[in-house]
Design a protein around this ligand. Sequence first.
Ligand code: PNW
Length: 493
Amino acid sequence: GSSDGKFLYGKFPDDFIWSSATSSYQIEGAWDVDGKGESIWDRFVHTSGKVYNNDTGDVACESYYNYKTDVQLLKELGVSHYRFSVSWPRVLPNGTINDINEKGITYYNNLIDELLANDIKPMLTLYHWDLPQKLEDHGGWLNETTNDHFNDYARLCFQRFGDRVSLWITFNEPWIIVRHGYGYGIFAPGYSDAPGTKTYIAGHNLLKAHAKAWHTYDDEFRATQKGTIGITLNTGWSEPRNASIPSDVEAAERAMQFDFGWFAHPIYYGDYPDVMKWQVGNKSEAQNLTESRLPKFTPAEIESIKGTSDFMGLNFYGAGLTFNDDNNPVGPPGYDNDKATAGAIDPAWPVSGSDWLKVTPFGMRSVLNWIYTTYPNPPIYVTENGVSDRPSSKENGISDEARTFYYRHYIDEMLKAIKLDGVNVVGYTAWSLMDNFEWASGYRERFGLHWVDYDSPNKTRTAKDSAKAYSKIIADNGFIDEPVSTTPVSGVA
Ligand code: PNW
């Protein structure tokens, strides 16, 4: 299934799920209210120079107070599901089960009840990056005891919310957590991984923590609550820079294995991809290390990780052109050097408000097909897809033709993957319901279907044109209109 560029008209399956997403730290604000504990993101943003403009999520969209408004936005959109995350330190201020903050539990109970009262089903992410700082003080994801605390926290959420929540995601984007948080140092907790070890150790612990929580759900809750639980992985699509150069083709596949396979391969097959074991092992040997920097799973761990995702959650934003980079071996040891690939972009691709994100709808169909053929045909939820801009005014921000173009075309490529290629995509989630705290980029990059007026007392939300376009796609369950122009428009409003 490669794309022929023609727009496909047609409908999605009748039971297709339409959703939109946010995450706790990015929208809630109320960072130190009602007994909430400090998270690693609270600590990170309060350290000067870490975030663009020194923006923080202290206040954000104040969804802690405005959640009923948020639910009305969802209702207006017509989605059947809402993907949000629980802030671990809001319910467990010191990270452990020894201190439960009932006010935090009440907030999520209220949100869930409000959703259900409006016929919207919750899709709950347990970990969207806001680790309790108290656990970080004891080593965070570099310390395996964090896995047990995560399991206790997950169990608490199943106990308290599982009577009304039947779709669970353990971790959002382990790749971003470990590369940005432990490798590049640009996200909390801000480690730069010079010896090339922390990234892999954190990733190893996240996989084991995920499996543990999956088993807790499977053993203790599935029979009564009858829900499903999985993980959300992100990847770009690595297109070979030149499809007739074998080393480009090989590099692109290697990049997919290092980005997505790193976490998906253990989940489907029990262990890391061979190419990763080979690359990291050889490079470790060249450093005269006696053991690979990539940790090993015990046979018991392999057995317990295999098969621990009822579905695959995919966050997809864009594609890049990949080629072999043999010069990388002279760089510092670590993930990028181990991967030994480099990336380029096609200058014809429309840009966005984020450096890393180019408007490349074809990548959606390609990545869905790659997952379909690389793993045993899992049901796929697209748990995030969307685009940023940096509008100069509210007026420009609301007239967001570039975002409408993006959604129509990425969703259409997903339709092709379903209809023409037979990929089992069961749901789609637009990131994001509203503009919010975009991590190290602060409030400058806006991903929302709704404009948030951060200067107004209620953080007023206003539907952008793209929200109306997305609503129409949902109402039609696809594309049923006469063909319209599909000429790309500039990515930056
Ligand atoms: C995701 N990259 O993060 C997250 O799940 C969201 O919280 C975030 O707001 C959204 O995508 C938009 O960025 C990513 O550099 C952050 O490739 C960075 C990258 C990808 C995803």
